[in-house]
Design a protein around this ligand. Structure first.
Ligand SMILES: O=c1ccn([C@H]2C[C@H](O)[C@@H](COP(=O)(O)OP(=O)(O)OP(=O)(O)O)O2)c(=O)[nH]1
Ligand SMILES: [Mg+2]
Length: 155
């Protein structure tokens, strides 16, 4: 699918895709702040958007910050509703147990993924249709290899 969707934005910094084909456009911080180990903060991005109806945007962590510094987004994926016109903010969390992390104005702190979201109608029923998975979840297939999952061996 190559259709381009226009997303109107307000703010001094346009969210940018680092490469063609990237899913996430980087969000920047407009503030300087220091996150102590284990501390979280609601970080302003200076960005407001108007998504078309039928779309949502999701605020997700950057893998480099996560892997190198333990910086993540508390409510990942943060959900930006199509009707939201306020400033997009990022709930950054420093998961590192010893190192503080400093965010400078202009730093790319998270990324925004715009996705189509279908409008659904919830239809109440007495019985749901059967499926192969059924009610199995929460590790019902085991944690190790697929082969050991079949034997029920989760060691
Ligand atoms: O990471 C996020 C998540 C949300 N929002 C904004 C856009 C979204 O449309 C609005 C509300 O988000 P959500 O529905 O997740 O929060 P809530 O706690 O349910 O608040 P509300 O009662 O306003 O819906 O806050 C952000 O800026 N960043
Ligand atoms: Mg809500």
């Amino acid at each position: 699918m190559t259709e381009i969707v226009d997303v109107l934005f307000k703010g001094s910094h346009m969210p940018e895709y680092a490469h063609p084909g990237d899913a996430g456009a980087d969000l920047i911080s407009t503030e300087r702040l220091v996150l102590a180990p284990g501390q979280r903060a609601l970080v302003p991005t200076g960005l407001s958007i108007a998504l078309p109806e039928g779309f949502a945007a999701f605020v997700v962590p950057r893998s480099g910050l996560a892997a190198r510094h333990g910086i993540t987004v508390v409510n990942s994926p943060g959900t930006v509703d199509a009707g939201y016109r306020g400033e997009i903010k990022v709930t950054l969390l420093n998961t590192d147990s010893s190192e503080p992390y400093t965010v400078e104005p202009g730093d790319r702190i998270a990324q925004l993924i715009v996705m189509p979201v279908p409008r659904v109608r919830f239809v109440g029923v007495d019985e749901l249709p059967e499926s192969v998975r059924g009610a199995g979840g929460f590790g019902s297939t085991g944690y190790a290899s697929a082969a050991s999952a079949q034997t029920g061996d989760t060691a």
